[in-house]
Ligand binder design. Structure first.
Ligand SMILES: *Cc1c(COP(=O)(O)O)cnc(C)c1O
Length: 513
């Protein structure tokens, strides 16, 4: 069981003279810091660091970690976030010393293998999305949204002139990052209503489309876990006024390998590789949010983009010859020709850089390995199992928990509502979510999307087995039958029960007072 005693901060455990590492006695003359560090860069005294033995540091952080929930320790049905299990083989691959020892500043000819990985990943992302222009640069989904909107802004300005296309339309069920990214990119945002069925209200959309429409941002399947059946008509209507369609790709776990956003009319999209492609998720990153766009938008993408060229052996030896043998076979077959991967530096239309070096390469390597191990068929099976698991769970909870939209069907997630429970017994979505922690389940996403009252957004993902889903459904069934007063105080078994969530976010206390 969890240890519920308070853990002191590492600073308050500090004792002067405690050491994790003892260095050997210095056998060269010591020089004062001021001689080694340029004037002006040495400000004041060094920051106070905790002084601890290694064993105390390890225990401190291990005990803190034990108080948390993670995909490795608990079922984590956090809707929209796709908290799937990350296979350990991805970690082993990404930890290969050959990849870890690379430095982004070293010459391209000495990292042909890494560049080949990035190039092949660009091609896979293009293939899965049906959109040929790819930038691996953005550091997360939200950063991908912003980057793609800046690309759109530049393209639309070239095409229609400055300040003509000023408005981004966003459905009311959208993730908060969509309006935030649009505002950040300098656009005006307008909200589009949903129908009572939770889909885009086509009449409202048509009424708001106009000459000023720059982009319609849609999440498909949407945050209710519903595929938009009018997607083609929506894209056509947006294109008819010269606008572009942005597909928020956070829910790609529901359609990968089955339908491609580029085929249903999207002009650009992002991926959350930490959701769809199983890379570590949360805890402040690093993440990656590659974007894919149409051919017309591709010249505006940020670089660097890895390009593959085939050169003759003699040119290759002079220029960026690969020394590591990766392409030897190919070169032999091609009769004196050799494949060389280069960074595309000549991008005069590009919006410029959005991230240092090549982006979050360690995450992109995990993504690559995940996709290579699954292959096209495996990717389709991933999606099919994600949708099957969500529908199985939906049908297991429907007799005691309302699922107002979707008519008993969903894609990879569904949104239940505790509104009726609240009216009847005073049990809120928050009460249910908090009580789940007592049973060793991470809570679902709550109070999102805003268009469902007392929302509990549940996404099991494809990596869970049937026994886990059955246990989760049984626990939910027992929770909604519990005493409301007991639920209001839940969780009862965790080190912290109900923190003041707003204060914890806005005024975090990270050290002892
Ligand atoms: C997670 C998510 C985002 C933002 O992605 P980050 O990688 O967290 O920046 C955007 N839209 C939707 C629908 C999401 O679920």
């Amino acid at each position: 069981m969890q240890n519920t005693q308070a853990i002191e901060t590492i600073f308050s455990q500090s004792k002067p003279g405690n050491r994790a590492v003892v260095f050997p006695r210095c056998d060269v003359p010591e020089r004062p810091l001021a001689e080694l560090i340029p004037a002006g860069q040495l400000a004041g005294n060094p920051p106070p660091l905790p002084e601890s033995a290694e064993i105390d540091i390890v225990r401190h952080f291990s005990n803190l970690a034990l108080r948390n929930m993670s995909v490795d320790t608990h079922f984590y049905p956090l809707g929209s976030c796709t908290m799937k299990y990350n296979p350990k083989r991805n970690e082993r691959f990404a930890s290969s010393p050959k990849l870890l020892a690379l430095h982004p500043g070293q010459p391209a000819k000495t990292m042909q293998g890494q560049l080949r990985i990035l190039h092949e990943l660009q091609e896979m992302i293009a293939e899965i999305s049906g959109l040929p222009g790819v930038s691996l640069q953005p550091a997360a989904g939200a950063h991908g949204e912003l980057t793609a909107l800046l690309v759109a802004e530049k393209y639309l300005t070239r095409k229609y002139g400055p300040k003509k296309k000023t408005t981004v339309l966003i459905p009311d069920g959208a993730h908060g990052t969509n309006p935030a990214s649009a505002a950040f990119a300098g656009f005006k945002t307008v909200e589009i209503k949903s129908t009572p069925e939770g889909l885009v209200d086509l009449d409202d959309l048509r009424a708001r489309l106009g000459d000023d429409t720059a982009v319609f941002m849609i999440t498909n399947p949407n945050t209710l876990g519903l595929f938009e059946p009018n997607i083609k008509a929506i894209c056509d209507a947006v294109h008819a006024v010269g606008g572009l369609v942005y597909n928020d790709g956070a829910n790609m776990n529901a359609i990968c390998g089955i339908v491609r956003p580029g085929d249903f009319g999207a002009d650009m999209m992002h991926y959350n590789v930490h959701k769809t492609f199983s890379t570590p998720h949360g805890a402040g990153g690093p993440g990656a949010g590659p974007i894919a766009v149409t051919e017309a938008l591709a010249p505006f993408l940020p670089g660097p983009i890895v390009v593959k060229t085939v050169v003759s052996e003699s040119d290759a030896t002079e220029n960026d010859a690969t020394e590591n043998g990766v392409d030897k076979n190919e070169s032999n077959e091609n009769g004196g020709m050799r494949t060389v991967y280069r960074l595309d530096g000549d991008r005069p239309e590009s919006i410029g850089r959005v991230r240092s070096f090549f982006g979050s390469v360690a995450m992109l390597n995990r993504t690559y390995f995940y996709l290579r191990t699954l292959g096209g068929d495996g990717l389709r099976r991933m999606t099919e199992h994600a949708v099957l698991n969500a529908n199985y769970l939906l049908s297991s909870v429907r007799d005691f928990l309302d699922v107002p939209m979707g008519g008993g069907r969903c894609m990879h997630e569904f949104v239940a509502s505790a509104a009726a429970l609240k009216t009847a017994k005073g049990i809120t979505a928050m009460d249910v979510a908090k009580r789940l922690l007592d049973y060793g389940f991470h809570a679902p996403t709550v109070y999102f999307p805003l268009i469902v009252k007392e929302a509990l957004m549940i996404e099991p993902t494809e990596t869970e087995n049937r026994a886990t889903l059955d246990r989760f459904a049984e626990v939910l069934r027992s929770i909604v039958a519990e005493e409301p007063a007991f639920l209001h105080d839940a969780p009862h078994s965790t080190p912290v029960s109900r923190p003041d969530e707003v204060a914890a976010a806005q005024k975090p206390r990270l050290v002892e007072p």
